[in-house]
Design a protein around this ligand. Structure first.
Ligand SMILES: [Cu+2]
Length: 278
């Protein structure tokens, strides 16, 4: 009887696990640039910068693991080797120049080894390639405004508020930012009230939106899809409710969207921008 119960329980657990995996992959299929249930790693990287960040981070984790195991090994060895039973008369050594030099120089070398790829990554991030598309992003409490300049086929402005009826929950907006795939997109970021931060994990992109200052960063997404981000600087009561949705589309789809957007957002330029804001 007990065996039958155990088997039954195992099957139920297996069923629950399968359902969990199925729901995770369903969520994954829904959109690539978003978190998924039970996610243990970063969101998928679709820019060179994001991939480099992930590689660097993984390298650091392995290095930390090695150092932790080494220290743990030393501690365990000391506990075993120098216990009262095995080492009844403790050594009275207080200095050992060779060891002191080693434990100073080795960590310095490790830090230098970490600094080299770190600075290389920073140099790539601070490079300033020629922009194919420029978008101005303005943070407000608590929504984002996107401006597409006239000289690039734009000439319109729109607000992106959270759309709580859409999925993924708390990440979808009523109006999405749209950019072409495989193009250098420069994002100029500022704010009108308090400090916000415009961040999209899949692009390896995060930059503060500061009132009175124009910050700039760029990304070049090499995979079409919808990517989500959130304001990443605590900015008040509805900080958690000002998400970022970016659709990366083909050149043709982008050109078509520009044409449609000019009509769709024309009314906003007429002065109803603030009236529409939440
Ligand atoms: Cu904010």
């Amino acid at each position: 009887m007990r065996t039958a119960l155990t088997i039954n329980r195992s099957w139920r657990a297996l069923g629950a696990f399968t359902a969990l995996v199925a729901s995770s992959s369903a969520a994954f299929a829904a959109g690539i640039g978003q978190p998924v249930p039970w996610q243990m790693d970063r969101q998928v990287a679709v820019t060179e910068n994001a991939r480099e960040i992930h590689t660097f981070e993984h390298g650091l984790h392995w290095l930390s693991l090695l150092i932790s195991l080494f220290v743990l090994g030393l501690i365990v060895w000391c506990i075993y080797r120098f216990s009262e039973k095995r080492n009844p008369t403790p050594s009275r050594t207080t200095h050992n120049t060779a060891i002191e030099v080693a434990w100073t120089i080795v960590p310095v070398l490790i830090l230098v080894a970490v600094a080299i790829p770190s600075f290389r990554l920073l140099r790539v991030q601070l490079s300033d390639p020629k922009a194919d598309v420029i978008v101005k992003v303005i943070g407000h409490a608590w929504y984002w405004t996107y401006e597409y300049p006239t000289d690039q086929g734009g000439g319109f402005t729109f607000d992106a508020n959270i759309d709580e009826d859409k999925q993924p929950k708390l990440l979808a907006t009523d109006n999405d930012m749209v950019v072409p795939v495989n193009k250098v997109v420069k994002v100029q970021v500022t704010a009108t009230d308090v400090i916000h931060s415009w961040a999209v994990p899949s692009f390896g992109f995060k930059i503060d939106a500061l009132p009175g200052r124009l910050n700039q960063f760029w990304f070049k997404a090499d995979r079409e899809g919808t990517y989500y981000g959130q304001c990443s600087e605590l900015c008040g009561q509805r900080h958690a409710y000002m998400p970022i949705t970016v659709r990366v589309v083909s050149d043709q789809a982008y050109a078509q969207w520009l044409t449609e957007a000019k009509t769709k957002y024309a009314r906003i330029e007429g002065g109803s921008k603030f009236a529409d804001a939440r």
